[in-house]
Structures are given as C-alpha cells and as structure tokens.
Design a protein. Structure first.
Length: 386
C-alpha cells in the first residue's frame, strides 16, 4: 500500500518490500520507525510508543553493550554469566555491528550477526548465547528509551548436529588407571566416574558435604575460573553416594593422611577441609585439573578430559537410573525439562540409586580385573638358552 498519513498526526504508515508494515514518526527532527508482520500488530506497537519521547543520547552498539555489561550484568549476575556475555559480545557482536548507531539496528542486522557466527563454525548453543546476549542488551536499551523497538525478533538459529559426547570404554579406563596408578589424583578420577560430578563441583567438595547417613553428596558449590561460587544451575543438588564412592573417599582420606596433607592438620584449613585438595591443602583451579587429567590420558595413549568421566557415568547409568534420577544426580536444570530439582531432595530413591550405581560399576571393576589378568596370561617368560 502507499504511504498513509495517520489522521491524528501521529506518523506515517507504509508497506515494506518484504510484506511487513511499518510506521514512521518525526518529532523535533528525530525520526523513529517500527515494523510488524500485520497492521493490527503494528497499531499495538504504535500505541505503546507514539507519545513516548526517545532519549537524545546517541550510543554506538559497542558503547552501549559495554555500558550494559558493566551497569546491569556485572553487579547483578553471576561472574560466569558476565563472562559469557562479554565473550559473545567481543567475539561475535562487535566485529559485525559494533560501530553502528544503536538506533539504526534492525532485525536483519541481528540475523547477520548470527549468519557471521555460523560462518565461523560456531556451535548451535553458541549462537543461542549470542542471541540471548543481544536480546538482553537491546531490551534494556528499549526500556531506557534509547531505541524505539527491540530488533531481536523472529531471529532464526541454524540447527547443527551436536558433536557426540565422548565416553570411555573398559579398555580406555584401564589404560588411564594404569597411567595414574602412582598419582595422588587417582581417587578423584574414580570418584568422578561413579558420581558424575563436574570438575568444578569435585574440586570445591568438602568433607562436610558428604552425608553418609543418607548416602548422598550435597553439591552446593563449584570452582570456576572466577573462583568458588554457586553451582552451574545456581541450585543445590544431591548425588547418590554408592558403596564404591564411599570406598574411594576412604582411600582418598588415607592418602591425605599418609602424605600429611595440610588440609587435615593446619587449623585454618581444618575448619572446612577439601576432599580433593592439592598437596598444599588448598583448592586447585579447574584449568590445572583439566590439563592434569588430559596429560595422564595422553600418557595412556587416548584422548580424554575430566568431562568424559561425567559422560561415561551418564552412559553407564542410562538404562539403570530413570531420567528424573539422572537429572537430579547431575544437577541439570534445562529449559526442556519439567523437573524441579531444587525442592526435590531425592528422598527414597537415593538408596536405590546408590545400589544401582554399585551394581553397574562393580561389573566395571570385574571387567577391569579380567582385562589385567588376560594381559598377564599373554606374557611369555624369557628362558635362557643353555
């Protein structure tokens, strides 16, 4: 349709080439425009903003995102959230639209940011994070009357096939255990394998978190690059404490006693001692632990990370624990689930879950022993020739 003058003098309507309809208003030399799929939707948008004065402040996209991060995200959100938004902004958003005026950004520009990220082979999850970051920043800009509408609408994310999560088989576990046979970190690896803990949760675990009476682990902290804080989901979750897990904890405590670890003897550290401290009795960083395990895996001739142990736990438990029990144990809080793990204390299923975990990992231990015995039986002794 041709341009149509609003009879009340509130602006001009027109139809765009892509089929959408738009409204444009000029006040004191400043123009603003909104668009929508239908005339009815557009009229509703116009009602909301037609008499609202737009701020005279003129930000570039990079300037506003910096201000948004420092003012609204850093003081109010978790460090992990701030870091994620920061890296999405600097790595994907600023290179594409950073120098543009905030008020000139349209939906097509937002879609272009996603398209450029896709060209860089960004994962689907990463592109969703980019969209979330832009939506938050532009939404706040709209509320602050810096822009006339949030352009992050009708944005499509390419759906790529997710990479297969690596799990470790019996032979690979045997090789890693052999490579770590003299390492003080062996029991931490075995413990992760039967609990599915994240490395940050493992490193922040304290003896007071071990609930032997109810056979469970209380997971309420995690160690990350920004230090100790809440778990990934910001919720407490409970992990079944199996007999194997208890045995590994006992072995870990004996090891700490034998090496006279400061966490058990120095007053400052004794107050709330770590289960898996470094030799100096304090917590090590997740990155240090990551490289430590990767190096042992390389020594064993395989590619593996600490998270592979978590994947292996899930794989081994997939037909043993119910979906709800798995999500409770892993501390998941995905939007695709309907489980409320915060209020659910596992209850009666904890002891059953612990026994089921033992049943599976007892078989793993048996298979490992069989594998070792088979290797020994294949060794031919050298006999001296007379």
């Amino acid at each position: 349709m041709a341009k149509q003058r609003n009879p009340r003098g509130f602006g001009t309507y027109k139809k765009l080439s892509d089929g959408r309809v738009a409204w444009r208003q000029v006040i004191d030399g400043d123009a603003r425009e909104v668009s929508a799929k239908t005339q009815k939707e557009l009229v509703e948008k116009v009602k909301q903003i037609s008499n609202v004065k737009i701020s005279k402040e003129k930000y570039r996209v990079d300037e506003w995102f910096d201000k948004w991060l420092e003012t609204y995200i850093k003081p109010l959100k978790k460090d992990a959230t701030y870091n994620q938004y920061f890296y999405m902004n600097k790595g994907y958003i600023v290179p594409v639209i950073g120098k543009r005026k905030l008020s000139t950004i349209k939906s097509i520009d937002i879609q272009t940011v996603i398209a450029e990220a896709n060209k860089k082979n960004a994962a689907t999850k990463t592109m969703r994070h980019i969209k979330t970051t832009m939506s938050g920043a532009f939404s706040k800009a709209f509320k602050e009357k810096l822009i006339h509408e949030n352009p992050v609408v009708d944005i499509e994310i390419p759906n790529k096939q997710a990479k297969t999560q690596k799990t470790l088989n019996i032979s690979e576990l045997s090789l890693i255990f052999k490579a770590m046979s003299k390492s003080r970190w062996l029991w931490s690896v075995r413990f992760m394998l039967v609990t599915g803990l994240r490395r940050g949760e493992l490193l922040a675990l304290r003896w007071t978190d071990i609930d032997l009476e109810n056979k469970r682990i209380v997971v309420d902290e995690s160690n990350s690059i920004t230090g100790v804080g809440d778990t990934k989901s910001s919720k407490v979750h409970y992990v079944p404490l199996s007999a194997n897990a208890i045995y590994y904890l006992d072995s870990q405590r004996r090891m700490l006693i034998d090496e006279f670890n400061p966490s058990l003897f120095i007053e400052e550290l004794k107050k709330n001692p770590l289960v898996f401290p470094a030799r100096h009795g304090r917590m090590i960083s997740p990155n240090t632990y990551y490289h430590l395990i990767v190096n042992f895996a390389q020594k064993a001739g395989i590619l593996a990370t600490p998270h592979c142990l978590r994947h292996t736990f899930v794989y081994n438990m997939r037909n043993t624990l119910t979906l709800k029990e798995l999500q409770l144990a892993l501390g998941h809080d995905e939007s695709t689930t309907t489980l409320d793990i915060y209020g659910d204390m596992i209850g009666d299923t904890t002891s059953n879950s612990a026994k089921q975990i033992d049943d599976v990992f007892d078989k793993v231990e048996i298979e490992l022993k069989k594998l070792e015995e088979k290797k020994k039986s294949n060794v031919v002794e050298f006999k001296k020739v007379k």
